[in-house]
Ligand binder design. Structure first.
Ligand code: EPU
Length: 428
């Protein structure tokens, strides 16, 4: 199992180009099942999760070319309608295949995703949405089996909470349903708007994406299209936070500043000079130690849960005390005990709030990654720490961050991937 060795203590400095958004690429790849003609998707990040989604599409009978960069998906015909447990258990976003399968073929069997390190993450809202469109749903042998033998029919759905995946799945189901669908309390994340843009390019009729009420007028069929995936706002924010924690000076190119307002505001409060252009963001700490900032995660446009771990790690080396409250997932503080191994002073109040007392310096130590974003929280801690930190189980990080060593290396970080063939750094 690969590990990441980081010798911290130096400010990150330089430029990097952000990758395409994982959380946009995954639903958009699934949406390709809706069209009979080829769907060409550009700016697809080369990530483990993307490879898993492409594999799932092939398992179902789609023809695919590429696993990153440009990916083309052709779904003229399908052989299977079942997404197997073996693949779904490795990636929850597999559940996004349900909407497109049900909409185009009137049948879908997708394994229930099961447990997750960051919380229970049920799919009841997805199922409530499909049922409102007339699907018959049963759970059998660990699989959700859904049928709509005469096709889906538009309906009105009010989600109990803003759910990103639930909104995406229902949107993909509604575009081919007969008549009009209204999704109320829809999630407003930019990745949902990106999916809607791709569906519109295929011929779907959608209004209100990016707001909490989405209206869809079903069409009988969708065409192929060519779509470019939006910039990854989580990756962008992650590198900016890492730069702030290390007192650095970084410019991220290819970014979409409008999707990061809450995070940029928090970074300014932390003392960063932040400048934005049409497609870039520059952050400069001018060598200063960051100031501690309170934050509470919330659905978009609030502070994203996917950047909580990284920001908490910055707070760990900031001047002052801060409260970090997680409201989206019930167990997303697994990084706290690992950061403590670097010398961070963090107390948990239940599973919702972490009270962070900033320390002047962290010291490198061996730590373990527990999930994707938590693992980058450890990278942020490691970059700010003196000495070597070795992060174990970085397969979590490889699911969602493209070319980590290369990107961090370009910013001057001393990072090395340790593998079975090279289990430790060569002696200096
Ligand atoms: N929820 C339910 N029932 C449902 C659906 C959701 O109770 O049927 C709850 C969840 O348990 C959670 C909350 O609603 O407490 C929000 O979950 P949501 O459905 O919005 O999350 P998701 O679609 O499963 C996506 C991202 C996550 C990101 C969340 C929140 C993708 C592939 N995943 O997950 O990204 O944290 O939205 O923004 O888009 C990551 O990239 O590391 C990651 C975990």
């Amino acid at each position: 199992m690969d590990k990441l060795s980081i010798i911290g203590g130096a400010p990150l400095s330089g430029e990097l180009t952000v990758s395409g958004a994982k959380n946009s690429a995954l639903p958009i790849l699934a949406s390709a099942l809706l069209a009979a003609q080829p769907v060409r998707i550009r700016n697809v990040p080369r990530l483990k999760d993307v490879a898993t989604m492409v594999r799932l599409l092939r398992t179902l009978g789609a023809e695919t070319q590429g696993e990153g960069g440009v990916v083309q998906v052709s779904c003229a015909d399908m052989r299977r309608f079942r997404a197997p447990y073996e693949l779904v258990k490795t990636m929850r976003a597999s559940f996004l295949l349900m909407g497109p399968l049900l909409a185009r073929w009137g049948r879908a069997e997708v394994s229930l995703p099961g447990g997750c390190a960051i919380g229970s993450r049920p799919v009841d809202q997805h199922l409530k949405g499909f049922a409102a469109l007339g699907a018959e749903i049963a759970i059998d042998g660990g699989y959700v089996k859904a049928r709509a033998p005469n096709g889906l029919v538009g309906g009105r759905v009010t989600f109990d909470m803003a759910t990103v995946g639930g909104t995406e799945n229902l949107l993909m189901a509604a575009v081919l349903a007969k008549g009009r669908t209204v999704i109320e309390n829809a999630a407003r994340e930019p990745e949902i708007a990106d999916l809607a843009q791709c569906l519109i390019a295929m011929g779907a009729r959608i209004a209100g994406h990016g707001t909490s009420i989405i209206e869809v007028e079903g069409v009988p069929a969708l065409d192929g299209c060519d779509h470019r995936i939006m910039a990854d706002r989580v990756e962008t924010g992650t590198y900016l936070i890492a730069a702030a924690a290390s007192r650095g000076d970084v410019r991220v190119r290819g970014a979409q500043p409008s999707t990061l307002e809450a995070v940029l505001q928090s970074l300014v409060t932390a003392g960063a000079d932040v400048e934005t252009g049409a497609d870039w963001i520059a952050l400069d700490m001018r060598g200063r130690r960051p100031l501690a900032v309170d934050l509470e995660t919330a659905p978009y446009p609030g502070f994203p849960t996917d950047m909580q771990a990284q920001f908490l790690a910055m707070n760990a080396v900031a001047e002052g005390e801060s409260r970090v409250t997680e409201t989206i997932f019930e167990s997303r503080f697994m990084h706290v005990n690992e950061l403590a191994r670097l010398g961070a002073q963090i107390a948990l109040e239940g599973n919702r709030t972490a009270v962070v007392r900033g320390v002047a310096a962290l010291r490198g130590a061996p730590v373990m990654a527990t999930d994707l974003r938590a693992s980058f929280g450890l990278v942020v801690g490691a970059l700010a720490a003196r000495g070597e930190t070795v992060i174990d189980r970085i397969y979590h990080m490889d699911r969602g961050y493209e070319r980590i060593e290369e990107k961090l290396g370009a910013l001057g970080a001393d990072v090395m991937r340790l593998t079975a063939a090279r289990p430790a750094r060569p002696p200096a």
